[in-house]
Design a protein around this ligand. Sequence first.
Ligand code: NAP
Length: 292
Amino acid sequence: MRIALIGSDGQLGTDIYSYFKSCGEDVYGLTIKDIEVCSKKSCSNAVLEIKPELVINTAAFNQVDRCEEEINRAFEVNAAGVKNVAQACLLCGAAMMHFSTDYVFGGYAQSVPFIEEDRPAPVSAYGVSKLAGEYVVGYMLKKYYLVRVSGLYGHAKSMDKGYNFVELMLDMASEGKEIKVVSDQTLTPTSSSDVAKKLHELIGTGRYGLYHMTNTGSCTWYEFAREIFKICGLEPKLEPVDSISFGSAAKRPYYSVLDNKNLRSSGIEEMRHWKQALKDYIKERDELACAQ
Ligand SMILES: NC(=O)c1ccc[n+]([C@@H]2O[C@H](COP(=O)([O-])OP(=O)(O)OC[C@H]3O[C@@H](n4cnc5c(N)ncnc54)[C@H](OP(=O)(O)O)[C@@H]3O)[C@@H](O)[C@H]2O)c1
């Protein structure tokens, strides 16, 4: 399939690019040098040049705390940018795959995983802007895959920019700092490489719609950190804290575990447990570091 991939050097984009290529797909990677989603013209030019059957949009402004301060930018990228990409898809008759987040849910009174039919109620500027992006896709297009993911980690950003939670924890441990991690927010950490594989399966079904796509199981951020250190054989000073004491700029859901119900209904096998995926990520990370 001929595919235009926006954000091909991001965390998820890198894994999609390499996995889809390995499956023989005709993927054209677009970075910020090739496309600016906030510009309608840039989107139509870049997409029309490729004439893809599918446009995959991983571009987002996803620094949750910064979105509180830069709310205009959040909406520009996460909602108006999505409209520009959707318009480019309409121009060339392409389907669109777009990503959203578990943070579209509030999760203040929830203790069982959210299914796709549950009503979103975001509690942050990031969550509201991503939900607006979801509505744009659903309003403008008929041929779309809208995929909500959660707590992503992948090798691309970790090696280049040190952004993801696993790398942040390991950096802090190596500096010998006391590490405080919130213990009252429950989610499912998810491997971006596992997501890339499932996305390929999903496209194979041709069944458009809204999907939750995460590894299985759940934990708090504190338990996630504890597991990282356990796998790496490290024993840093790790302290659980509650969200209010931690004092982030943005509110986050206390519970945002997603049930991958629509994937199962499409005959796609459940994703593996987050602990297994994390173990493999850390193993590959060590192998990549040795190879450098
Ligand atoms: N990371 C998570 O934990 C998480 C959780 C839930 C949902 N999601 C969603 O999953 C998707 C992928 O996330 P990710 O972690 O892979 O993000 P990422 O690593 O930040 O990658 C985003 C990519 O989009 C590019 N980009 C940003 N702004 C752009 C713009 N205005 N025009 C064109 N390209 C732009 C970035 O380029 P530069 O790096 O050069 O700016 C980067 O290549 C996003 O929709 C995100 O909201 C992520």
